[in-house]
Design a protein around this ligand. Structure first.
Ligand code: R5P
Length: 268
């Protein structure tokens, strides 16, 4: 059978891969991952295996990387650091990807390491749709740091409300996060903190603690990529967050928002 596309999903994106295949009316190729005792893994996709194998049968290979890891290592912050994002981009290109599609990549600088056509699709409209249905009143959107300000602005405009930006700093050596005191009027308001990634939860916890001290009402969290390293989700809830909503770029309990639609739009 001659098909325009086949969707081949890596082990972390099986459900998302199936959803994209359904939307494209394309065959879904099952992935088999075998992990050896030494930790090495071997990935086989039916008759075809990973991008370099797909290249043997197709010249139009889109690498869809819903959560682009290493995007936070997009530049040298401290002397001697390796810009790992650049290495990762080279590997993906060398393997034969002809276009890369990512969702809410951490920074545009990270995407610039790719020399092939690239598209960064946004999950923000989908996350905003979810929160709109909750019909929260007297709600304000919060960016935990300057880097997320535009994201929060967009989210707030979709909810027809305002946004504020906190002043976060991170110790580059220890990774510890601090939210500096700033003048934000959140008294008695429901808040939605919008972030791209939740990893250890440190940023959200510090932001929530600060906002609670300012006597806000409830704190909700919307994020694209819910990594939740170790017991991050539990710790965030303990800090006073009422609800965390993430997308299915990484399948988690919190993945209530589906990004297969926005990804599929960028494939057509
Ligand atoms: C940082 O600039 C990112 O936008 C996230 O705020 C950060 O990566 C979250 O990491 P963590 O949950 O470990 O604080």
């Amino acid at each position: 059978m001659l098909v325009k596309f086949a969707v081949i999903a890596g082990s972390a994106s099986k459900d998302l891969g199936k959803r994209i295949a359904r939307r494209l009316k394309a065959p879904y190729v099952e992935a088999k991952t075998r992990v050896f005792p030494d930790g090495e893994s071997k990935i086989t996709f039916g008759h075809i295996s990973i991008i370099s194998q797909v290249r043997k049968v197709s010249s139009k290979i889109y690498a869809i990387i819903p959560y682009m890891g290493y995007a936070r290592q997009d530049r040298q912050f401290l002397s001697g650091e390796i810009v790992t994002m650049s290495m990762v981009a080279k590997m993906i290109q060398t393997a034969g990807a002809k276009k890369i599609i990512v969702v809410d990549i951490h920074s545009k600088i990270a995407l610039n390491h790719f020399k092939i056509p690239k598209e960064n699709v946004s999950a923000i409209p989908e996350l905003a749709k979810y929160f709109k249905k909750m019909k929260l009143k007297n709600v304000l959107v919060v960016s935990p740091d300057m880097g997320g300000s535009l994201r929060a602005k967009k989210f707030a405009s979709l909810l027809n409300t305002d946004f504020v930006t906190l002043k976060k700093s991170r110790n580059r050596k220890t990774g510890k996060v601090r939210v500096k005191s700033s003048n934000v009027d959140v008294y008695g308001k429901d808040l939605i903190i919008v972030d791209d990634i939740i990893s250890t939860g440190g940023s959200i916890i510090k932001a929530t603690q600060f906002l609670k001290r300012q006597k806000c009402k409830r704190v909700f969290v919307a994020c694209t990529h819910g990594l939740f390293v170790e017991d991050a989700e539990k710790k965030i809830k303990k800090s006073g967050v009422s609800r965390i909503i993430s997308t299915n770029t990484i399948p988690r309990n919190t993945s209530k928002v589906d990004v297969s639609g926005v990804i599929t739009e960028s494939i057509r």
